[in-house]
Design a protein around this ligand. Structure first.
Ligand SMILES: Cc1cc2nc3c(=O)[nH]c(=O)nc-3n(C[C@H](O)[C@H](O)[C@H](O)COP(=O)(O)O)c2cc1C
Length: 308
């Protein structure tokens, strides 16, 4: 098994030292407890917890998962126990697990994001991940992450309330990811995570009904990888803050692709549903590849793609 604390895999971003570049993606690991029968959470570079909101949420009506070729659609709808329960009952235990704990937050108004960031600032959580793919309820339901003005506003409001390491998680459902990324950097993001899910839809042709009760959902899994790699590559050229790559990563080769495109760290999500041991396999394979290729530290590969 990989020695997860070895020098080859370590990544330091500002004040945070990740023992390896693999982070479990928000919404796909809960708070890690169900995976502890497969691996120690301390094997992970970090864990990004389920999207947390101001109040407790039941999530959307079922069915809220649909299988697609090479991926899944989900419309879970941010089911979570709310920020107070997270801070009081869940976070203290997670912080004993010897891994970087990232609180993923979601709001339906600018005020909610600000509120969540302020609450988390007085905890010992290591980092905050701002999920800006959520709909802005007061402004017709378009996502905060879909226009530059809203991105600037939400990031600067949150930045003023916290000095935690701030990761802004971008939505791929935009025209220019680089412009959105630059806006987040300008307003104080310490890092960017990309990408969240792509909006999709699946229809049962017998009933003519969408499979998901919510009609549409977020597409994740292997089908997302080329989109994620392209968006990380475009973003890397536009910003100087570190990027956390995410979207369809299922193997060490996929992880290397996204790192070569420009990512410093990477997240894995949907692959965990198929193989809960995937993090361990990916880390072992990555470590062996680095060793065989005589690479002293994984960061040397960030953005190393040789463009035509
Ligand atoms: C069931 C499910 C729930 C998710 N919930 C969240 C969430 O609460 N917050 C968030 O930022 N991303 C959420 N995501 C998106 C993932 O964190 C990730 O960005 C996306 O699935 C792409 O990575 P993957 O292809 O490796 O799964 C969710 C994804 C899935 C599949």
């Amino acid at each position: 098994m990989t020695n997860v604390t070895n020098e080859r895999l370590k990544v330091k971003l500002k004040n945070l030292e990740f023992k390896n570049p693999l982070i479990a993606a928000s919404g796909t690991v809960g708070y890690g407890e169900e995976y502890e029968e497969f691996f120690k959470l301390s094997s992970l570079g970090g864990i990004s917890v389920k999207g947390t909101t101001k109040e407790k949420r039941q999530g959307n009506k079922t069915p809220r998962i649909a299988e697609t070729p090479c991926g899944i659609l989900n419309s879970v709808g941010l089911e979570n126990p709310g920020i107070d329960c997270f801070i009081e009952k869940i976070l203290p235990n997670l912080l004993t697990k010897n891994t970087i704990v990232i609180a993923n937050i979601a709001g339906s108004s600018f005020y909610e994001y600000e509120y969540l960031a302020e609450k988390l600032n007085s905890t010992n959580v290591h980092a905050i991940e701002l999920n800006i793919s959520c709909p802005n309820v007061k402004q017709g339901g378009a996502s905060f992450g879909s226009n530059i003005k809203d991105v600037e506003k939400v990031v600067s409001m949150v930045r003023k309330k916290t000095d935690k390491f701030l990761i802004v998680k971008l939505s791929p459902n935009v025209t220019s990811i680089a412009e959105i990324a630059k806006a987040a950097e300008l307003k104080g993001a310490d890092a960017l995570c990309l990408i969240n899910t792509l909006v999709g839809m699946k229809i049962n042709i017998k009933t003519k009904r969408p499979i998901l009760k919510n009609n549409t959902g977020g597409l994740s899994g292997p089908c997302l990888l080329p989109v994620a790699v392209r968006m990380v590559w475009e973003t890397k050229k536009a910003v100087s803050i570190p990027i956390v790559g995410c979207g369809g990563i299922s193997s060490f080769e996929d992880a290397l692709e996204i790192i070569m495109a420009g990512a410093s760290l990477f997240q894995i999500g949907t692959v965990l549903f198929k193989n809960p041991l995937a993090p361990i396999k990916i880390l072992n394979d990555l470590n062996n590849w680095l060793k065989n290729n005589n690479i002293k530290n994984i960061s040397q590969l960030t953005g190393s793609v040789l463009e035509w």
